[in-house]
Design a protein around this ligand. Structure first.
Ligand SMILES: Nc1ncnc2c1ncn2[C@@H]1O[C@H](COP(=O)(O)OP(=O)(O)OP(=O)(O)O)[C@@H](O)[C@H]1O
Length: 315
């Protein structure tokens, strides 16, 4: 396991080496906040990150730290306030089929079947392809996520895990250069989650797309990723040190549990997260501590009014 401090100014970023290939995604000094005036929230602060072509990168962090905001910036659904964010050297200014996003909440069209939902995306991206070619492509991705038997069903006839598979197939079928996975499995039960983790991994091993996955599950991050980067607690969340996952592929969760490398890495990442949260809470407590205020020595006055009889008008 090796650790590279991304935010440590003494560590030279990889772009400084002329022989290094240009990263697929590059973030430099990225800041993002919402609102204005007193309601302004600074969510992300000085984010610096390179994602290499073909790399599987996992971002782990706490709830509310800004993980979805981070992903929306990569997807082009939100724009940065400061810094630079590029893909293949070009600024990311809006959504693009080159960046496919899979959400936690699969937004499938309820009136279309599994096949129809996937075909809709395929038809919109591959307009120049012949009808047969597009249909074959759709079937290939239905098969890839193991839904051939349910291709004719509508979303309400599917389980949560099956819907998430459709969502994944729909995005994969558009052949994005970068796959963005925003906690795609967090709404699923442990068993389904574990099956889908291995499926995502299998598909990624076949396709080797650049992939950025957000997760709050350290074990999941180690199973899938080449590198794990923690997102420190917000507001003003910054990235922590990158942990390299030095485990051979293909990986299986049942086998990893016995690996000393896995256990060591899990301890390192978890300890980092615990420590950073503890520090954050201490800082919060220090800033929220009530200042000692000297009150003036005032004597209470009687607020009693002279006695009056109140007569009921109806009597
Ligand atoms: N459009 C928005 N307008 C105002 N504030 C926002 C907006 N989007 C996010 N925020 C705020 O930014 C902060 C981070 O939100 P975000 O959804 O990115 O966190 P998260 O880490 O994904 O959270 P969770 O794990 O709970 O989904 C929160 O305080 C949230 O209220």
């Amino acid at each position: 396991m090796s650790i590279v401090a991304l935010n440590d100014p003494s560590v030279r970023p990889s772009i400084a080496r002329s022989s290094a290939p240009e990263p697929m995604i590059q973030m430099r000094g990225v800041c993002k906040g919402f609102g204005s005036g007193v309601t302004r929230v600074e969510v992300l602060d000085n984010i610096n990150l390179n994602v290499r072509e073909g790399e599987f990168l996992a971002i782990v962090g706490f709830s509310g730290s800004g993980k979805s905001t981070f992903m929306k910036l990569l997807a082009g659904l939100e724009t940065i306030d400061q810094g630079s964010l590029t893909m293949e050297g070009q600024p990311i200014t809006g959504p693009n089929p080159d960046r496919g996003l899979v959400f936690q909440n699969y937004s499938l069209l309820p009136w279309l079947t599994v096949r129809g939902n996937i075909a809709l995306s395929v038809n919109s991206v591959f307009r120049t392809w012949g009808r047969g070619e597009r249909a074959d492509h759709v079937e290939r991705f239905i098969e890839m996520v193991g839904l051939t038997h349910a291709a004719h069903r509508r979303p309400h006839e599917l389980s949560g895990g099956m819907r998430q598979r459709v969502s994944l197939a729909r995005t994969l079928a558009m052949k994005p250069k970068v796959l963005l996975l925003d906690e795609p499995l967090s709404a699923l039960d442990a068993m389904t989650r574990s099956v889908l983790q291995e499926e995502i991994l299998k598909i990624w091993e076949e396709e080797r797309q650049t992939c950025v996955m957000i997760t709050n599950d350290v074990d999941e991050a180690i199973l899938v990723a080449d590198r794990i980067v923690p997102l420190n607690p917000g507001p003003c969340a910054s990235l922590g040190p990158a942990f390299t996952v030095e485990l051979d592929r293909p990986r299986k969760s049942s086998e990893l549990n016995h690996s000393p490398v896995f256990k060591g890495l899990r301890n390192s990442v978890t300890n980092y997260l615990i420590e950073v949260r503890k520090k954050h809470r201490e800082q919060e407590a220090a800033t929220m501590a009530t200042p000692h205020i000297e009150l003036p020595d005032l004597q209470p006055q009687s607020m009693k009014l002279p006695h009056k009889s109140i007569l009921n008008s109806s009597s």
